[in-house]
Design a protein around this ligand. Structure first.
Ligand SMILES: Nc1ncnc2c1ncn2[C@@H]1O[C@H](COP(=O)(O)OP(=O)(O)OP(=O)(O)O)[C@@H](O)[C@H]1O
Ligand SMILES: O=C(O)[C@@H](O)C(=O)CO
Length: 429
């Protein structure tokens, strides 16, 4: 893999989340490689951190545990000494899992008795106070996340949400402790351990809090959370003399080819980005009910792309308002609707690749998972940040594909156009 062994081994429960975390680690000076699932062969580039992207957020808990443990064992074999379980900054999960269940399994496998759960990502408006998660000015359950197609978040108390997913005791490190600094946080960890707490939600309202928390986590075998809590981790390795300054900036190879945008996210931000694109550029809308009726939607979408892509990029999307999504789900069921749309976008991505498309902007974590699997992507090099939480990436193949995998609620309203510029190598100085 590299002259030196990787330090941090990360398991992400979806693909956009994985690039979000990888982006954060790269910004912190860690050379980072992201693999799609457990790689069959070891990537041949040097890395201080490895991020394994799973698609385990919404699968049955037993399968998520099995996949996460397999990923952990592979990371241990590569020499990683600290481990990170990355999930969504909006704590996307249901009572059936998988955050609590997977955390329990990872702790047990590592022989560890305590970890934190910190999805805070202030740069993207996610803050935690007294255990309650806010998205910008709204509590999680009033932020639009209560309408998520797969993981509706209807309770903002993360202690309660996590407690429903585990038999282990869940605790809280409150903001007043975090504000006192790393030593006070570590004391609180010890006290919580004494009370039998295995997982503690940690308050954090700013990047400064995340740096402090990161420092306090230096001795933990396992850290769990969003990408924000990774902010402070590179410094721990530097302080220990294990991470050295690297001249390798977040550089990507130039990827030539046609470009498209695929959106299977129904999140608020994606809805706004789709509307912005539609005002100026061509797009094709996938109707999930037509898919369910067996209409040849994939062929129609590809035929539409054929009319445009040699002149300009197109958007192909299933993105819809919460009411429209609910109506489709009522008719088809949540899982079937999600799967039909993901499969269609995956088939469309494969068809577009055959037509010479090499630059893909993809919106939605589940959607990105389906698309990168269809494109046979095995590992990604992480490039410059497009917007907070979303880097430009390129596959590690001889003939690379450029990808921007956008989490549903990330990115400015003009994200699609901006991302296409980045994938084309037009990065502002
Ligand atoms: N019009 C629609 N009707 C029903 N389901 C849809 C529709 N559009 C998209 N979906 C499904 O909704 C789910 C959206 O999940 P996805 O993870 O891709 O986006 P997201 O949740 O916004 O992103 P993230 O997980 O990064 O926050 C997918 O399973 C997708 O297939
Ligand atoms: O943490 C986030 O919000 C994202 O990286 C993500 O996981 C959304 O799917």
């Amino acid at each position: 893999m590299s002259q030196s062994k990787p330090l941090l081994g990360c398991i992400a429960d979806d693909f956009t989340g994985a690039t979000d975390l990888a982006n954060m680690l790269v910004r912190g000076g860690m050379r980072t490689v992201q693999t799609i699932g457990i790689p069959a062969e070891i990537p041949s580039v040097a890395a201080d951190a490895l991020v394994i992207a799973l698609k385990s957020r919404t699968i049955p808990a037993a399968e998520a545990i099995e996949q996460s443990l397999a990923a952990l064992r592979w990371l241990q074999q590569q020499g990683c000494t600290q481990f990170f379980f990355k999930y969504c900054s909006t704590f996307d999960s249901t009572d059936a899992g998988n955050i609590g269940q997977v955390t329990d399994a990872l702790l047990k496998e590592l022989g560890a008795d305590f970890t934190i759960a910190c999805p805070a990502f202030p740069e993207n408006g996610r803050t935690i106070y007294r255990g309650y998660l806010f998205v910008a000015d709204a509590l999680l359950n009033e932020s639009g996340m209560e309408n998520h197609p797969l993981t509706p978040m209807t309770d903002a108390s993360l202690v309660r949400v996590l407690q429903r997913q585990t038999e282990s005791k869940v605790g809280l490190v409150r903001y007043d402790t975090v504000a006192k600094g790393a030593a006070a946080i570590e004391e609180r960890f010890t006290a919580l351990r004494g009370e039998g707490v295995k997982m503690a939600i940690t308050d954090a309202v700013s990047d400064k809090d995340l740096f402090t928390l990161g420092e306090a986590c230096a001795g933990l075998k396992l850290i769990t959370g969003g990408s924000g809590i990774a902010l402070g981790l590179p410094e721990n390795f530097r302080r220990a003399g294990l991470l050295h300054a690297s001249a390798e900036a977040a550089q990507l190879p130039k990827v030539n080819g046609l470009s498209v945008v695929l959106a299977g996210s129904a999140s608020k931000a994606t809805n706004a980005q789709v509307a912005e694109w539609n005002a100026k550029h061509p797009s094709y809308r996938i109707d999930p009910l037509a898919l369910a009726r067996g209409e040849k939607i994939v062929d129609q979408a590809l035929a539409f792309a054929d009319q445009h892509i040699k002149q300009e990029p197109v958007l192909i999307y299933a993105t819809a308002t919460p009411d429209e999504v609910k109506a489709v789900q009522k008719e088809l069921g949540v899982a079937k609707a999600g799967h039909l749309v993901e499969q269609a976008l995956a088939d469309i991505a494969a068809g577009l690749h055959q037509r010479g498309v090499r630059q893909f902007v993809v919106a939605g974590g589940e959607t990105s998972g389906a698309v990168v699997q269809a494109l046979n992507v095995r590992a990604l090099r992480i490039g410059p940040q497009i917007d907070p939480g979303v880097p430009a990436t390129a596959t590690l193949d001889a003939e690379p594909i450029a990808l921007a995998l956008k989490s549903g609620n990330f990115g400015s309203v003009d994200f699609f156009e901006k991302a296409l510029r980045y994938l084309d190598g037009k990065v502002p100085a």
